[in-house]
Design a protein around this ligand. Sequence first.
Ligand code: PGA
Ligand code: ZN
Length: 426
Amino acid sequence: MAHRNRITAIKAREIIDCRGTPTVQVDVWVDDVVCGRADVPSGRSTGSHEAYELRDGGSRYAGFGVRKAVANVNTVIADALIGRDVTEQRAVDREMASLDGTANKNRLGANAILGVSLAVARAAAATLNLPLYRYLNSAAHVLPVPMMNLVNGGKLSSNDLCFQEFIMMPVGATSFSEALRMTAEINAILRPMTADRYGKLAINVGDEGGVVPPIVNVREALDLLCEAVARSGYSEHIGYAFDCAATHLYDSQTGRYTFEGKNLTRDEVIRFFEHLVAEYPILSIEDPLHEDDFEGFAEITQALEGVQIVGDDLFVTNKERLALGLQQNAANAVLWKVNQIGTLTEAMETASMAFRNGYGVCVSERSGETEDPMIADLVVALDSGQIKTGAPVRSERTAKYNRLLQIEEELGSAATYAGRDFRRPV
Ligand code: PGA
Ligand code: ZN
């Protein structure tokens, strides 16, 4: 055939995510016979430096419609990409970035561009008859530690707990499937325990599937989680982590953070974590300070030596912001969310830059997800060793865990569970 592996059609549509909010789904057709499909996730606790999500405004879906982004895919982007080789991911992504022409993908929308970028990767893998993780990395073999957000707070919940995510990490499991079983068993202990202590409303779940008890105090929430773990008998295999999302706890007028109802300075926040880390086996802390405080991130990284400090709103998966962080030794890991930057190629470049400099890479869901398990393939493709994709409930979360089970099975004896090496898996 003369035109093999050519993109012959691109079709976007508006679908809804797990919150009932519209998002973009894209189909990319190759040689008129193979289709790659991808959905675009969306955050709620977003960083201000993220790529631009194009929403329609107006009254339809309270302004959150994505018909403009869909139209951009079906017209401008499709016109530019039809006829291209689908395996030229980098060229395709560059072309879309230059069509857009803005730093933040303001014109076409990062949600339009990302949908195409991810669907192109899927279509290319399908054309070559490869699973996506193997298409992206033929040597991929690391199964990640699931960072399970079992207690929700902050913007992803209806309680007054300041931190957004209380996470347990089954680093002592011997395989991904064992890690998943342990966490599901622990969650099954945690739920009735929470209901007994805080009443039945406390076990309604937050946006990422964790319980939402009416707790204000960080230690009380952590103790609840630790107690469920202790009852399961798995304590020696489990470490803990937080996403503090401290940008949303920070008041730029006063320069202070509201933690547990108290107003703290940056130094007091750092002391708060020093005490916490001394008392609990904490492995990882995400966004302990606000999104522009590179200097503070450098200080806390040094103060909490041995703990992974992850920049989410700080780096927004953006190479330029990561470079700023590297210059100052701010944090030592990147939270990796493809929609923060808008193309697979750019996200991969940020991950490579992190790895080259000894930083960890934690692949992450958004609070607004669909049933698309894409990030499961991406975390294995990166061999990054860690994934944050919510509690082991709600299908938009379990879709990712279940896809990882399939990948583990496919890899067979080649699969390596990252375990305690999650920051730099081998
Ligand atoms: P988001 O929350 O997807 O709403 O940003 C997740 C996170 O902050 O890590
Ligand atoms: Zn975060």
